[in-house]
Design a protein around this ligand. Structure first.
Ligand code: XCC
Ligand code: SF4
Length: 662
């Protein structure tokens, strides 16, 4: 019998600990407690199990053993990995497809509740996609942009258009190894075909298909999803918000939006501001309507409108446990099946809204873009009606301020100003050694490890070591809950060089860049850093590392794969899904390093993750002939220096900060 962890061992988040204690007293189970009693299947965990045909499933647990068909461990592990990448890519990219159809509907007057909020972003898309803009209306341009975006999914030959956004050197590498994606759906289908019984059997060849599929997500479906969301709902720029369960309100109607797509949640946000509905809420004894998010629907509305976040992946059940949630409105991905049975103990109504997701025990109110606001209002009204049914509540009085919304457009602007926006200052800060390097800390929560503990440990250590941290997804919410997405609280941990740069630019050292599809914003940042000069000319040259220390989803594997194939060193924690095959581990390690300059490694000890990350950053610095990282060079009293700096005129301040580059 496995050890059952105490609440304090299950999460480092005090709000979670409080709710888990409350759940325990009531005998209610959560993913935390189920993870304690449901041990991972040891054969599956190491990828030693194949169920790709019905002569099996086969378990290859002895040296030299093969499946009934003769499949070796290497083939089985590669096929399992590739299928996970295909499922992850499909999820992200299908989200991108839906966004493209909404853009089309908005442009042609079929979805009147949606507007083009960021025409500038639309023009950027038009330029990449080759849509003429001269003398045309925004709607005409948007309609053509949507058509080309939609065509990317069914495209059969050639290359996904956004491939050309990658550094030139990178594109060449992809073409050389035959992994430049042709069309988004085609790559997913091909992985499924190739991994069917009796098809592709060479592990390296299978992994190449996984890479091409993941690239169609990163430089295709996901990138389109981020771009179109910006066009429709606005490109994020920094705003102040709050995160954690304490954002729920005792005297208001609480509605939680959970999942990944911003389409309906943006409408629900609009509906919660409707004076008629607010009056209706008042008539039911509530002082207002409070909207909060979970997972990436949260990130989407947090970075654009400052909608508070109730928490990350492992907070979804905890929110229901508060007894204070009138409705949890879910769309797609990362929605635990445990929600509906848990909600039966409370008044909370789980409402499914996607054509793709129905959940037993939930109310299905299908969203369609033609009547979006109407549907949103209906949902809000239901939640208000449910307010009277509340029983006992328990809302932890715990939440933190944060600043979110760092799109690459904003970072560009913040670093250089309107007229000279560029990544030069960031590159210079890295070149001089004030910033040692950059880490993208992203991905999920996984109840197999104490919630947020690895995120917290790593982020603090990186700050201490003058490493700039960019974040998305549930990792970003973990930092937000701990207050690290706020300059004031995070800089207390920061080393002198990082502190100096952040204070001068006025940004926190941990940048919340959005949802999981927004990892493509990080690709864009890295590309711009590579093209700015001074840090090599490809993503693989930059002193940067990608981490998903508490990952759990197939989407995370897709992201890791496209990041590694884009040249990044990627480390994932918690578990090693290809542990059973030395061959596949070496393919994604040395194999990918030789081909793509990036690699993927599964590292279970957080201290090792830290050490390997810093070692890679320093090794990249040395390869670029940059001075070795030396924190003693930079000002001890950031505040004094800051006071002096802010009094200087802009140009002199820039010179003082970035002038003496080695
Ligand atoms: Fe899901 Fe995007 Fe993972 Fe969070 S981080 S648990 S995938 S919500 Ni992408
Ligand atoms: Fe077994 Fe081969 Fe069928 Fe897999 S494909 S289940 S290894 S027989």
């Amino acid at each position: 019998m496995a050890k059952v962890r105490t609440p304090a061992e299950s999460s480092i988040d005090p709000a979670a600990v409080e709710m888990l204690t409350w759940a325990g007293e009531r005998g209610l189970s959560t993913a935390f407690s189920r993870a304690d009693t449901m041990q991972p299947c040891p054969i599956g965990a190491d990828s030693l199990c194949c169920k790709n045909c019905f002569m099996g499933p086969c378990r290859v647990v002895k040296e030299g053993q093969t499946g009934v068909c003769g499949a070796t461990v290497g083939t089985i592990a590669a096929r399992n990995f590739a299928r996970a990448v295909a499922a992850g890519s499909a999820a992200h990219s299908d989200h991108g497809r839906d966004m493209a159809f909404i853009l089309k509907a908005a442009a042609t007057g079929q979805a009147r509740d949606y507007k083009i909020r960021d025409p500038y972003k639309l023009f950027t898309m038009a330029e990449t996609l080759g849509v003429p803009t001269q003398g045309r209306t925004v709607e005409e341009i948007a309609s053509d942009v949507a058509d080309i975006a939609i065509s990317q999914f069914g495209q059969q030959t050639g290359e996904v258009v956004y491939v050309k956004r990658a550094p030139a050197k990178r594109q060449k590498i992809w073409r050389e190894f035959g992994v430049a994606p042709r069309g988004i759906d085609r790559e997913v289908v091909e992985v499924l075909h190739r991994t069917h019984i009796g098809d592709d059997q060479d592990p390296e060849h299978i992994m190449d298909a996984a890479v091409r599929c993941a690239l169609s997500d990163g430089w295709g479906g996901s990138m389109l999803a981020s771009d179109i969301s910006d066009v429709l709902f606005g490109t994020p720029s920094p705003l102040l918000a709050r995160a954690n369960l304490g954002v729920l309100k005792q005297d208001e109607v609480n509605i939680i939006i959970h999942g990944h797509e911003p389409t309906l949640s943006e409408m629900i946000l609009a509906a919660t501001g409707d004076p008629e509905l607010i009056a209706y809420a008042n008539s039911k004894g509530a002082t207002g309507i409070n909207l909060a998010g979970i997972c990436c629907t949260s990130n989407e509305t947090l970075v654009r409108q400052g909608v508070p976040s109730a928490g990350n992946f492992l907070h979804q059940e905890l929110a229901i446990l508060t007894g204070a949630v009138e409705a949890m409105v879910v769309d797609v991905q990362c929605i635990m099946q445990a929600l509906a049975p848990l909600a039966e103990n409370f008044h909370t109504e789980i409402i499914t809204t996607s054509k793709k997701v129905k959940i037993t025990g939930a109310t299905h109110i299908e969203f369609d873009e033609h009547h979006a606001l109407e549907t949103a209002k209906e949902i809000v009204r239901r939640a208000i009606d449910n307010f009277a049914n509340r029983g006992e509540t328990h809302i932890p009085d715990i939440s933190a301020d944060l600043v979110a919304g760092f799109s690459h457009e904003y970072i560009n602007y913040a670093l250089g100003g309107v007229f000279r926006g560029s990544f030069r200052p960031l590159n210079d800060a890295i070149a001089s050694g004030r910033i040692r390097g950059v880490v993208a800390n992203v991905g999920c929560n996984n109840p197999r490890v104490s919630q947020d503990s690895i995120h917290q440990y790593l982020v603090r250590e990186f700050l201490k070591n003058d490493v700039l941290v960019v974040e998305t997804g549930c990792g970003a919410i973990a930092s937000a809950k701990q207050g690290y997405s706020l300059g004031e609280s995070a800089l207390e941990y920061a080393g002198p060089g990082l502190r100096e740069v952040c204070e001068a630019v006025g940004m926190p050292p941990v940048l919340h860049m959005g949802s999981c599809v927004d990892n493509t914003r990080i690709l864009t940042v890295l590309t711009q850093m590579a093209s700015e000069g001074g840090l090599g000319d490809d993503i693989s040259d930059i002193p940067a590392v990608g981490l998903a220390p508490e990952w759990m989803s197939e989407k995370a594997l897709a992201i890791a794969t496209y990041a590694a194939a884009s040249g990044a060193y990627v480390i994932m924690g918690v578990t090693n899904p290809v542990r059973g095959s030395d061959e596949v581990q070496s393919l994604i390690g040395d194999g990918w390093r030789e081909k793509f300059g990036g690699r993927l490694e599964f590292v279970l000890d957080p201290a090792d993750i830290l050490q390997k990350t810093l070692a890679h950053i320093d090794e990249r610095r040395a390869a670029l002939k940059l001075p070795a990282y030396d924190p003693s060079k930079w000002g001890k009293s950031g505040d004094e220096r800051m006071l002096h700096l802010v009094q200087l005129p802009f140009a002199e301040r820039q010179a003082a900060m970035y002038g003496e580059v080695a």
